[in-house]
Design a protein around this ligand. Structure first.
Ligand code: GAP
Length: 459
């Protein structure tokens, strides 16, 4: 399966559209159509529910635009950059580490601009532009990824403000506010879902690297003595979470970070094997108490917590779990995408977990020109909509075509109302056929049994 086939299907069926398409596009952005919105909402709901399973988990929705001082304190203004290199032949911009990677050379994330230039120069004669194929690169420069904004009444001398580069900083700056509500005590977590923005040098691989994207982040504030055990527990929990969604275990793995940034105590990624190869899905980081220390120092506000037992104040340590909604969506689409043969026909099918499927079931009268069938089918649909609101209707074309359309968008169940439902065969009165997306098998069930089956599959 290729990335191109997923891109084509998701556009054709209304999951994902290229950003600003009618104006020729706008790199690093995508718009989400009706089915895309539904899939994203289901992903967010499941992630939120997995966080809510912890008794001590708060939720937050902090601003996208914050005081610029937040990003000075966090270190993003001075140190949140990627190495940029310009092709002098075709004037396209590239990430120097990606250009090096193409010939099998790995640049350490912590390398300074000078060290990267030395490494680049060492291999320069072998490095070709991914766009024009020429060997004519300029020098490597560190390009800050924060996107500036002019929101606010700016006056000369005001601190520059930014669109947030991650949602995590909004959590750190509200740590004390949440604690002061009196409903939480250390150890506890704050979970947040929201947009983040980065001036990525080369947005690529569809939803994998965008300039405007969405994150689902959780910061767990814990005493230093418990932090390593918490880090190990969160690692296990997050991997089990993906397995519980039915993601292919052979396509998931941990990747330990070898070269930690100076404040980090431990870090690993959960990687997925996307159609273009292994790549980061989620980061799990033990960050010490660096973030609270920085914000305490820059803001002058005491962010420490009182320990009743030791009678001392302390700054909690933080274990972070951070995953992109867009990368999760790409993983789920890649994992679900299958091409197979059913009844002698080739088909494309998205084998979504029913909990994630944008549409839970489709109801169909066998023939659309028989009012009694249509009326009964509408009645069945109305009953199923009480179990879950997203139950589709399709009476177009023959039944096989209707099934294929639903297979392509991952609808787990198709329900057909025929003359037996109406009592042509009295033994089958008020029964319907329920067709399973993955196997194509059909079973005859009562309407109550179908309701129960859908209820169990989606909840
Ligand atoms: N707060 C920690 C943090 O932001 P990160 O590794 O830079 O760490 C976390 O980002 C996650 O956000 C990544 O694992 C990925 O899923 C997602 N992500 C990061 N940059 C992205 C981008 N440009 N486009 C889409 N998703 C991105």
């Amino acid at each position: 399966m290729s990335l191109e086939s997923i891109v084509a299907l998701t556009k054709r069926r209304g999951f994902i559209f290229p950003g600003s398409e009618i104006y020729g596009g706008f790199a690093g952005t995508y718009d989400f159509g009706p089915l895309g919105v539904a899939l994203r909402k289901n992903i967010v709901d499941l992630w939120t529910r997995s966080m809510q399973e912890h008794d001590n988990m708060a939720q937050l929705d902090s601003s996208i635009v914050t005081s610029g001082k937040v990003w000075e304190a966090s270190g993003h203004v001075s140190g949140f950059s990627d190495p940029l290199v310009l092709c002098k032949a075709c004037h396209t911009k590239h990430r120097a580490d990606h250009v090096l990677e193409a010939i099998g050379v790995t640049a350490d994330e912590k390398m300074s601009e000078k060290e990267l230039n030395e490494l680049f120069d060492e291999h320069r004669k072998n490095l070709t532009c991914p766009n024009c194929g020429k060997k004519d690169f300029g020098a490597v420069t560190a390009k800050n990824l924060l996107a500036t904004t002019s929101l606010g009444m700016f006056e000369e001398g005001d601190t520059q403000s930014y669109l947030r580069g991650e949602t995590a900083q909004g959590i750190y700056i509200n740590f004390k506010n949440v604690l002061d509500t009196g409903f939480y005590s250390v150890p506890f977590g704050i979970a947040q879902v929201g947009k983040a923005f980065r001036n990525e040098i080369s947005p690529r691989q569809f939803l994998f690297r965008k300039r405007e994207f969405e994150q689902m982040e959780m910061q767990y504030f814990t005493p230093e003595s418990e932090a390593r055990a918490d880090f190990a527990a969160w690692k296990e929990e997050r991997m089990n979470y993906y397995l519980s969604l039915g993601i292919n275990p052979d396509k998931l793995r941990f990747k330990q970070h070898e070269n930690l940034v100076f404040y980090a105590k431990d870090a690993c990624d959960i990687e997925y094997e996307y159609p273009f190869g292994w790549g980061e899905l989620e980061g799990i980081h033990y960050r010490g108490n660096y973030d609270l220390t920085q914000h305490q120092q820059f803001s002058g506000v005491d962010l420490s917590v009182y320990n009743e037992e030791t009678k001392e104040r302390f700054l909690p340590h933080v274990v972070e779990t951070s995953v992109g909604l867009d990368r999760t969506m790409l993983m789920i689409l890649s994992d679900a995408y299958h091409e197979d043969e059913m009844g002698g026909d080739k088909r494309v099918v998205l084998k979504f977990n029913p909990k994630l499927a944008p549409i839970k079931a489709m109801v169909s009268p066998l023939l659309k020109n028989k009012p009694e069938l249509v009326e009964k089918a509408r009645e069945v649909r109305a009953a199923l909509k009480k179990v879950h609101p997203v139950i589709a209707w399709d009476d177009n074309g023959n039944i096989g075509k209707r099934y294929r359309r639903q297979d392509e968008i991952g609808t787990p169940f198709c329900i057909t109302i025929d003359f037996d439902t109406l009592g042509e065969n009295p033994e089958l009165l008020n029964t319907v056929t329920l067709r399973d997306r993955d196997t194509g098998t059909q079973e005859r069930l009562t309407i109550a049994e179908v309701e129960e089956k859908i209820r169990q599959a989606v909840s």
